[in-house]
Write a protein that binds this ligand. Sequence first.
Ligand code: GLN
Length: 282
Amino acid sequence: MTEKELILTNLLECSRHELYFKNKPLSKEQERELSKILKLRCAGVPLQYILGFSEFMGIKFKVDKRALIPRPETEILVETAIKYVSSIPACGGTGKYQVSSKNILDIGTGSGCIAVSLAKFLPNSKITAVDISQKALEIARENAGLNGIADQIEFMQSDLFSKFEIPALPVGRRISNFDIIVSNPPYICSDEIKKLPKEVQYEPKLALDGGCDGLNYYRRLIKESPSFLGEGGLLIMELGIGQLEQVKNISEQSKRFIFIEAIKDYNKINRVIVLRRDRENG
Ligand code: GLN
């Protein structure tokens, strides 16, 4: 829907179809509300923050300034994780591919859009969702509740893995904590943030700022995640524009992961990277 359609369908509480085919005039109250919305929009407040919701993977999410607004590109990250879970043969498998039960960790969950949609689309999976921001966790919990999957997600306040205990078993006998770790980390270079559109300035800096080269969180995720991934476990991350080669380099230097694939978004930008924990070195 266009912004205009989103505003009007929301005000009139009607569908897009009804907007065009039913003659629904605005009441005085709705006109006043419309003026308020337009004022905020002209000031650059993102429409999703004004309306208080956003759609992601066909699911409605509550959004406000406590967390980043879900982006359509991030749906590719979710779709990739779903694809891998669905194509891993179930344990003791008969060779049949089926959606098996997986342990998935979402690092930097923000609004919870990734964790909640994974829980919805992979009802057998158990999701752990982590964020450094208590405020983000509040809204993520609200979204889990609103979507009826709160019992499938465990929320945790942690700066990446800082609150996790490293399993003390030797390599090879390690308990596989997670089958998949997904993350849409902050990946914008610190200096670039103020050059972004004014809408983005209303979003939490913490969710955007990836340090002076934008790669801080990839370094940390690649270094710290092998201890929490089962053998052959996957690290699936969203990438910023032009970051694929740099992130591949960080991964190669770590010698902990094998590069599996990169997936492009609708603008042909490499948007998602899939790494597998190396059995030999991990
Ligand atoms: N995709 C967001 C943007 O371009 C950034 C999200 C992030 O840093 N992970 O505004």
